[in-house]
Design a protein around this ligand. Structure first.
Ligand SMILES: Nc1ncnc2c1ncn2[C@@H]1O[C@H](COP(=O)(O)OP(=O)(O)OP(=O)(O)O)[C@@H](O)[C@H]1O
Ligand SMILES: [Mg+2]
Length: 385
C-alpha cells in the first residue's frame, strides 16, 4: 500500500530541502517565499534560494538591494507586520554566471587556466545562454549549500522555464550542448591544425554561426575554438558534478513542491512532471494549485438584481444606474470560473500520484508584502482553501 500523502506542514517540518517547480508564472517564487516564511515562523532557520523575486516583495523583505550574498531578513520586519518569528529567514538571489564562475575555478587544473577561460570573450555569453545553464546552476547552488549547518531548511526556487520539465532535464541538456556536434567540430578543427584552417571553416561555418547566434568581432572563431578546447578540459569535472547534483535531488530529505495554476494545460504538465519525478526516482512532495478561484459570496442562494440593488443601498453607495445588472453579471462570471477551476482540480485529484493537493485562492492583489506572504503561509500550512 502506498504511504499516506504528507501534508505540506509535515514536509516543512521533516525535510531539509524543498524545491518549487512548475511552468512559467504559476507562482513558484511566491510559493517558495511563503513556504520559507511558514518554516521560519515554526522556528526553522531557513535559506531561500530565489530567482528574480518581484521588486515590491523584495523591498518589503528588505532585500531589494540584495547582491548574490545571503541576506538575513530582520525579524523586526515580521514583528512590525504582526507576524511573530521564531526562527529566521535568509534569502539569496541565484546568479547563473557567478555559479558557473565558481565551478570553472574549482575544476580548472590551474589558476591561469581558469583565468583564461573566465576572461574569454565568449565565456559570458555561453555561461548565461547555453541551454539548461540557469536550471543547472540553481541545482549547483543547492548542492553547495545543502550541508551548511547554519540552516535547517533550504527552499529552492527554480528559474522561469516555459516548461517545468526543463528543470529536470537541465544537466543533460547542458552536457549535450557542451558536447554537441558543433562543439566537437570546433575542437577538432582547432586541434588538427593548431589554428583554424579557413577551408575547413568555410564548409560548416555558416551552420555553426547560425547555431551560436550573431556575434561579431575580430578573431571570433579562434576565440571560440580556444574557449571550447578549454571548456572541454573541464567536461570530466562537470559530468561527475552533474551526476552528484542529480543524486542530491534523490535524497530522502528532499521534496519537490509542484506548483500549477488550475488551467488544463498547466495541470497536464504538472502531472507529466510528477510522472517524470517518479521515473527519475526523485521524491515528489505536494501539489499546490495556485490562484484558484473560490466561489463568490452568495454562491449558494445566487444573486438577483434586487439583492444587488439592496446591497448597494445598504452600503450607501451611489453607483451608475446599471450597476445591479453588472454586479449580477460579474457574480455569474465568478461562479462560472469557480466551477471551472473546481472541475479542473477534480481531474487533477484523481491523478495526484499520492501527493496532497493544496489549493491556494487567487488573492485580490499580487503578493507584495510580508502580511500577504504570511497569509499564504497560513493557507499552505493549513492544507489550502
Ligand atoms: N495566489 C495568488 N494570488 C494573487 N497573486 C498571486 C498569487 N500567487 C502569485 N501571485 C502573483 O503572480 C505573479 C507571478 O508569481 P511568481 O513570480 O511567484 O511566479 P513564478 O512561477 O515564480 O514566475 P516565473 O516563472 O516567471 O519565475 C506575481 O506577481 C505574484 O505576486
Ligand atoms: Mg519565479
Amino acid at each position: 500500500m502506498e504511504a499516506a500523502p504528507e501534508a505540506l506542514s509535515t514536509l516543512v517540518d521533516t525535510r531539509r530541502v524543498l524545491v518549487t517547480v512548475g511552468a512559467g508564472g504559476v507562482g513558484k517564487t511566491t510559493t517558495a517565499a511563503a513556504l520559507s516564511v511558514a518554516a521560519a515562523r515554526r522556528g526553522k532557520r531557513v535559506l531561500c534560494l530565489t530567482i528574480d523575486p518581484a521588486k515590491r516583495l523584495a523591498e518589503s523583505l528588505g532585500i531589494a538591494e540584495m547582491t548574490t550574498e545571503a541576506v538575513t531578513v530582520d525579524n523586526a520586519r515580521f514583528e512590525a507586520a504582526g507576524v511573530p518569528m521564531q526562527g529566521s529567514l535568509t534569502a539569496m538571489m541565484l546568479d547563473t554566471k557567478r555559479t558557473f564562475d565558481e565551478l570553472v575555478i574549482r575544476y580548472s587544473s590551474s589558476k591561469e587556466k581558469a583565468e583564461k577561460l573566465l576572461t574569454n570573450k565568449l565565456y559570458k555569453y555561453v555561461s548565461t545562454s547555453l541551454a539548461g545553464t540557469q536550471e543547472y546552476m540553481a541545482m549547483e547552488k543547492l548542492v553547495a549549500v545543502k550541508d551548511d549547518p547554519r540552516y535547517d531548511l533550504i527552499v529552492l526556487d527554480t528559474p522561469p522555464t516555459a516548461n517545468a520539465l526543463d528543470f529536470l532535464d537541465a544537466p543533460e541538456r547542458l552536457m549535450e550542448a557542451l558536447d554537441s556536434a558543433t562543439m566537437k567540430w570546433f575542437i577538432e578543427a582547432f586541434q588538427n591544425s593548431g589554428k583554424f584552417s579557413l577551408n575547413l571553416i568555410a564548409k560548416s561555418a555558416a551552420t555553426v554561426l547560425r547555431t551560436i547566434g550573431k556575434i561579431t568581432g575580430g578573431g571570433f572563431l579562434e576565440a571560440m575554438a580556444e574557449f571550447i578546447a578549454e571548456l572541454n578540459d573541464l567536461f570530466g569535472g562537470f559530468k561527475e558534478r552533474a551526476a552528484r547534483v542529480q543524486q542530491t535531488l534523490r535524497a530522502n530529505d528532499v521534496a519537490f513542491v509542484l506548483v500549477t495554476s488550475p488551467t488544463p494545460p498547466a495541470i497536464k504538465e504538472v502531472l507529466y512532471f510528477a510522472e517524470r519525478l517518479d521515473e527519475a526516482r526523485m521524491p515528489r512532495g505536494a501539489l499546490v494549485v495556485n490562484r484558484f478561484h473560490v466561489p463568490p459570496p452568495y454562491a449558494e442562494q445566487g444573486l438577483s438584481e434586487s439583492d444587488a440593488a439592496q446591497g448597494i443601498a445598504a452600503r450607501g453607495l451611489t453607483l451608475e444606474e446599471d450597476a445591479p445588472v453588472r454586479l449580477v453579471q460579474a457574480h455569474g462570471d465568478a461562479m462560472k470560473l469557480a466551477a471551472l477551476d473546481a472541475s479542473n482540480v477534480r481531474v487533477l485529484e484523481t491523478n495526484t500520484r499520492g501527493m496532497p493537493t493544496v489549493r491556494v485562492a487567487e488573492l485580490e492583489t499580487d503578493v507584495h508584502d510580508i502580511a500577504l506572504l504570511a497569509r499564504l503561509s497560513d493557507v499552505l500550512m493549513s492544507g489550502g482553501v
